[in-house]
Design a protein around this ligand. Structure first.
Ligand code: CA
Length: 452
């Protein structure tokens, strides 16, 4: 210990020159404490999120004084292109975001460091302290995901929850939802109809039951109705299943038949996210990353279970992104330490969750602190139920497959159903063979690229 301290002192004294000389001299083994190390982390996020992480980085640097972290923040839209370019030119940052779907192809193309041996070498953070469902997204044993070594640490577990405008309910004299008993679709539509109205008497509705984005909310309706995109072997597209078709038609009918959402023209003047913020919608999705933005809403809101189709059980997706380490990092141990720190250090996790970006990754902290914190939404427990209950909080369909092309194809042209130009039945029958072809290709690609 004394030796390390002396080396630090020497480092401080020699200052800038020392740093310059050492650039590019990193070794693959654990770096010596007198070596000045710079790690680069590339990620995406909102400006307020970057501010939070700048502070987390400062704390990490205080804990590891020989390590400096350069944080390159991009927008979420730019991220994919930038990381692909970095992969192509072999200039990956030390630490970067990877989604669950990325793990298998990126391991196969030798881009990701197997973090497990490095995780075992550090004793500060126990991976078991993190949500298992979050961590398992980034395990891969060479055959299937969900088991084996760890290729990324979860940045978050993102339960995609559902919220209601409590103030609107109270004004209309409608009993508040039961947090433990989901509405059936019919019950939900009935309430949405009651709350869709013209409040200022100009002949046009200006308050609506809901207004959902199909890309992120159709899953809930399909799953709670017993449908899915894939069969259990994850090799067959099952969107022509009547339960799936019924859910898609129900989704489109929220606008076409029930008229509980803004119509097409109204949707163009103001998107439904803005309408929710203005207090014009009764129901809207709410994920943990929304909580900071919803803090200053001029109405009360809370979480409730998603309405349920024929299964009687609510379902939604649980997203996540992970901190991965480049296989070419010159400082794999420090990079893993940093990824671990971001994911599961107690102070870092507390700080990030205090700033209402996410539910803590550390299970104890989520259960014992987060759910009891003051402030909206009161029913934070709902987020935890989505995380813990495997039927309630599911992986997005493309996480099970080698790429997302087949899944993205489903949504190309979905407007034709939403606008009533095609029935859900027609649409699903047309799409099924096209998607199956893309999925077959993905399966072939995985066979070819997976190392024996
Ligand atoms: Ca009006």
């Amino acid at each position: 210990m004394l030796k390390r301290t002396k080396k630090f002192a020497a480092l401080v004294l020699t200052g800038a020159l020392f740093t310059t000389v050492l650039v590019g001299c990193g070794s693959k083994t654990e770096s010596k404490s007198n070596e000045k190390i710079e790690l680069t982390w590339m990620g995406f996020g909102q400006p307020q999120e970057k501010e939070v992480y700048d502070k987390v980085i400062k704390n990490f640097e205080a804990k590891y004084p020989n390590v400096k972290v350069k944080f390159v923040a991009t927008t979420q839209d730019q991220y994919g292109t930038k990381i692909q370019a970095a992969m192509a030119s072999n200039t990956l940052p030390d630490v970067f975001y990877a989604s669950a779907t990325d793990i298998r192809p990126w391991v196969n193309s030798d881009k990701l460091l197997n973090m497990t041996p490095y995780i075992e070498k550090q004793s500060d953070i126990k991976v078991e302290s993190v949500w298992k469902k979050g961590l398992d997204k980034y395990r891969y044993d060479g055959k299937t995901s969900g088991a084996g070594d760890i290729y990324a640490m979860p940045k978050d577990v993102g339960p995609f929850g559902f919220a209601y405008n409590k103030t609107m309910f109270e004004k209309a004299g409608i009993p508040l939802p039961d947090k433990d008993k989901p509405y059936t679709w019919q019950e939900w539509v009935d309430i949405c109809k009651k709350l869709t109205k013209d409040t200022n008497g100009d002949g046009k509705n200006d308050q609506f039951g809901t207004g959902l984005n199909i890309n992120w909310t159709l899953q809930s309706f399909v799953w709670s109705n017993g449908g899915d995109w894939l069969d259990s072997s994850k090799t067959k597209i099952t969107i022509t299943d009547p339960k799936f078709v019924e859910a898609l038609q129900f989704f489109a009918d929220q606008t076409l038949k029930e008229k509980i959402t803004p119509d097409a023209a109204q949707a163009q003047t103001l998107d439904t996210y803005q309408r929710w913020l203005k207090g014009e919608l009764a129901f809207f999705p709410c994920a943990p990353w929304d909580v900071a933005a919803f803090k200053d809403l001029k109405f009360e809101y809370d979480l409730l279970p998603w309405p349920v189709g024929s299964t009687g059980k609510p379902a939604t997706w649980m997203g996540s992104v992970g901190f991965a380490v480049s296989k070419t990092s010159k400082h794999p141990q420090e990079a893993v330490n940093f990824a671990m720190y971001l994911s599961a250090d107690k102070d870092a996790n507390q700080y990030v969750s205090d700033h209402q970006i996410q539910v803590p990754n550390i299970v104890d902290m989520a259960k014992n602190n987060y759910v009891k914190t003051e402030g909206k939404p009161a029913n934070k427990e709902e987020f935890l139920q989505i995380i813990e209950d495997t039927d309630y909080g599911r992986a997005l369909p493309a996480e099970y497959t080698y790429n997302a092309e087949w899944y993205n194809k489903f949504f190309e042209g979905i407007d034709s159903v939403l606008q009533g130009k095609k029935t859900a039945q027609q649409y699903c029958e047309e799409k099924q063979p096209v998607m199956q072809q893309l999925l077959d290709k993905a399966i072939e690609k995985e066979k070819k690229e997976t190392k024996k």
